[in-house]
Design a protein around this ligand. Structure first.
Ligand code: AMP
Length: 403
């Protein structure tokens, strides 16, 4: 059976999923796995479509020292033990810069263009590109597709795409890109099935996971995002501060003597829920904690979502629906309830029983603005894009090279 491999590589882990391509072109998830602890305590874990364990094994550090090694160990496991030889690989790539409004078939020219965006996402882009480069050199004829977190936001109005800085910097790429685009694109595709009456309208989608942002959509297209040039802006996140006065950064450098890399580490790793609570970056742990700082961190998270909803409602000139997605949005009954309470002024009234049972529609029938929970599936989105590009290209024989 033909399969598509989806890869999401981070600094110390490579997550992957395999989708079977069915006769009618539909995709069926076969397995999920990840190699984590790369370069420290490598461990391969994988489970099948119904969650049944397929692998859980540790490797010596020298066997999986970097991402290319992780790719070859995981690839060998897929091939040798499960006889999975993908016909194409879809990759999550955080930054498509100003050039890429759509997924793209990868070749060496595309790779060098994407490398130019590394300064725009220094903690993600190089890791996203590492497996692409190693597959490209080991299996040059294997079709690979890059799917971008920025692409869904690329047709923002120039007003939403600019900072109030000289145009030269915009031309250099200093723009408000927006991220989590694969998640928003998936939600936009699901919404006509979930709530056709609002899918054509003005919808705020809150992607609340360890990274968090919100997107204003009109008729399924992004018009505004809480994130901008990097994935640091907007909402408070697990370890990132969200919106912060740039003067704070100047203060850290000028008066606290921090270097650029110290500031970078601080902003990406030590702020947000973790920095505010001093307890954890994980919402489940904060909800379970009796520490008043954990409660304050949650209050702050909810408060800033409320503020951002106001901003996005202004961008849309009103809203017709509100959608929760990602780890916190899909699972936390209490955070959803608290956000809905803050948005009562917009006309949102939650149904506590529907919220508690994680229904698709969690607002009361008399709520002026309906509220939905739509579980996201960025990997399926990547697999679909990969298959679409494969089918639209006249490729030399996609089956000629499989890994
Ligand atoms: P994600 O990045 O989408 O995987 O989301 C991760 C975040 O979702 C973490 O902060 C988790 O604590 C949070 N999360 C997952 N399940 C729950 C839950 N049942 N209640 C509260 N937060 C949750």
């Amino acid at each position: 059976m033909d399969t598509i491999l989806v890869v999401n590589a981070g600094s110390s882990s490579v997550k992957f999923q395999v989708f079977a391509v069915e006769g009618d072109g539909r995709l069926q998830r076969q397995l999920k796995g990840q190699m984590d602890g790369i370069g420290s305590r490598p461990r391969l874990r994988a489970s099948g479509a119904s969650g049944e364990p397929l692998a859980d094994r540790a490797y010596p550090i020298e066997a999986v020292a970097d991402i290319p090694a992780a790719m070859s160990v995981a690839g060998a496991w897929l091939k040798d033990e499960l006889n999975i030889r993908p016909i194409a690989v879809g990759h999550r790539v955080v930054h498509g810069g100003a050039d890429y409004a759509h997924p793209v078939l990868i070749d060496p020219v595309v790779v060098s263009r994407l490398e130019r965006y590394a300064p725009l996402a220094p903690l993600h882009q190089p890791h996203n590109l590492a497996p692409i480069k190693s597959l490209l050199s080991n299996f040059p004829a294997l079709p690979q597709v890059a799917c971008f977190d920025t692409a869904f936001h690329r047709d923002h109005d120039p007003l939403a795409d600019h900072y109030a800085i000289p145009h030269q910097l915009h031309a250099e790429g200093v723009r408000r890109y927006g991220f989590h685009g694969l998640s928003y694109e998936y939600v936009a595709k699901r919404l006509p099935q979930v709530a056709p009456e609002v899918a054509v309208g003005r919808v705020i989608v809150a992607h609340l996971g360890s990274g968090a942002s919100m997107c204003a959509m009109r008729a399924g297209r992004s018009v505004e995002s809480t994130m901008g040039f990097t994935a640091l802006d907007g909402l408070a996140m697990g370890t990132r501060p969200g919106q912060i006065d740039p003067g704070v950064i100047l203060y850290l450098i000028a008066f606290n003597g921090m270097s650029v890399s110290q500031v970078q580490d601080f902003l990406y790793r030590d702020c947000g829920l973790k920095g505010l609570s001093g307890v954890s970056n994980d919402m489940r742990e904060l909800e379970a904690s009796a520490d008043p700082r954990a409660a304050f961190a949650i209050d702050y998270f909810v408060y800033r979502i409320g503020l951002s909803a106001g901003m996005l409602a202004a961008a849309l000139q009103g809203i017709d629906a509100f959608v929760f997605t990602a780890g916190i949005g899909e699972n936390s009954v209490s955070i959803r309830a608290r956000i809905a309470e803050r948005l009562a002024w917009l006309g949102i009234v939650l149904d506590p029983a529907e919220n508690a049972r994680h229904a698709t529609r969690i607002s009361r029938s008399d709520s002026r603005i309906p509220v939905y929970v739509v579980p996201t599936d960025e990997e399926l989105m990547i697999a679909q894009h990969t298959l679409t590009l494969l089918m639209n290209q006249t490729l030399p024989s996609p089956k000629s090279e499989r890994i």
